[in-house]
Design a protein around this ligand. Sequence first.
Ligand SMILES: [Mn+2]
Length: 409
Amino acid sequence: MDKQFFTSNRKQLFKLLPDNSLAIFSATVSDSGSLPVDFEQNANFFYLTGLKIPNAQILLYKNGKTNLSILFIERNIPKMEVWIGKKISQEDAKEISGIEHAFFIDEFPVVLHTYALSSEVCFYDHVANKIEANLTDSLFQLKEIVTHYPALKILHPETFMTILRSQKKGDEIENIKKAIAITKDAIHNLITNTKPGMMEYELEAHFRYECIRNNAKQMAFFPIIASGENATILHYEKNVGKVGSKDLILADVGAKWNEYCADISRTFPANGKFTKRQKEVYNAVLEINKTIINKVKPGLTLYKLQEETIKMMKKALKKLNLIKKDEEFKKYYMHSVSHHLGLHAHDLFDRAKKLEPGNVITVEPGIYIPKEKIGVRIEDDILVTKEGHETLSKDIPKEISDIETIMKK
Ligand SMILES: [Mn+2]
C-alpha cells in the first residue's frame, strides 16, 4: 500500500480531532527477546502508519493550523542483531508511513511533555481485550499521563476510527478481495479433502495449508470447523470432533491479506451428498442469504437487515416444522446477520448508521438445530456500492448442486 494512503488517513483523522488535542496510538507490544510468535499488528496503528513493527507509537498533535504526526520506534541493538535481525531504521519507517518526524520510543515522555502542556484533550487508544502485554503496557503509560498532566482530559478515539475505517478505499478493497480469493482456494482444498471419519483439525489443516501456501500466513480469526452437533455452537473453536459420515460440516473461515480479512462460511456434507432434511434446512438458509444480499444498498442500516432476516427466518422455521409461534425463532437463529469487515473480521462499526458506498459487510444467516445435529450458516462478503452492492465472495460455491459436483470429483 502506498504511503499516500496512510498519510491521507492521518489527514482525515486530524479533521475529526478537536483543536488543542493529542491522539496516541500504539503498535502491538511484543517481547523481541523470546522465540517468534505470530505477530499481529494493532489495526488502528497499521491504519495510520502502514508499519508492521511491534513496540512503536504515534503521537498526533493538533493546535490551530499545526497538524503534527510524530512516530516513535525501537532502537536497533547491535548485539541483538544475531538473534532477531536489525530493527527498522527511522528513515525506512518514515518512508513507509509518510511521517516526517521520528524518534525512539524511550524519547516518548520528553516529546509528549512538549505537546501535552498546550493540549486540552488526549485521545488515547487504550487497547483492551487484545494481547495481555499490550493491555498492561498501555495501562501503565496511561497512568503516567494522567499523573503528570491532570488537566488533560482523556478520551478514547474509537468514534473517529469507526467513521474512518468503515469507509474502505481502493487499496483496502483490493486487499479484502485478495483475502477472499485465497479463502476461496483454501475452502476448495478443505471441501475436496474431506472424508467421513476424519478429525475436524485435519480439515482445519487443509484450510490453513492452502492459505499459507499462498502467502496468507495469518488467519482473520481462528478457523471454525464444526461437524454435526458442533456446528450448532456459534463460535466453536476446538476443532477436535470426529466427522461422522452423515454429518454436515460448517466451516467459518477467513484468510488475511496485508492485514485485511475475509470472513466466509460454507456448509457441506461429509460424504458429499446432502440428505433430504439437510437440503431443506440448507436451502432455507440459502434463500435468506440471497434475499438479504439483494437488499444491500446505501441508506439501509444493519438493524434493518436483521429485521428482514428475522421476518424471513420466522416463516422458514415454521415451514421446517421447528416452531409454531413467531417468538420461538431465537431457539434456532440467535445471532446478527451482518457486521462490517476490514482490518478486523468484526471491524469497527455502528449498527444504527446508514450504509454508504465503500462499506464492506457480511451477510450470514444460519439455522442451528442441536437435536437434529444440524448447523447451517452461509456467509458472504459484500461491498456496498453507489448502485447497490457487489458480492465479493460470489465465486465461492454455495448451491447444493455445485457443492455436490465438487465433492464427487
Ligand atoms: Mn462473520
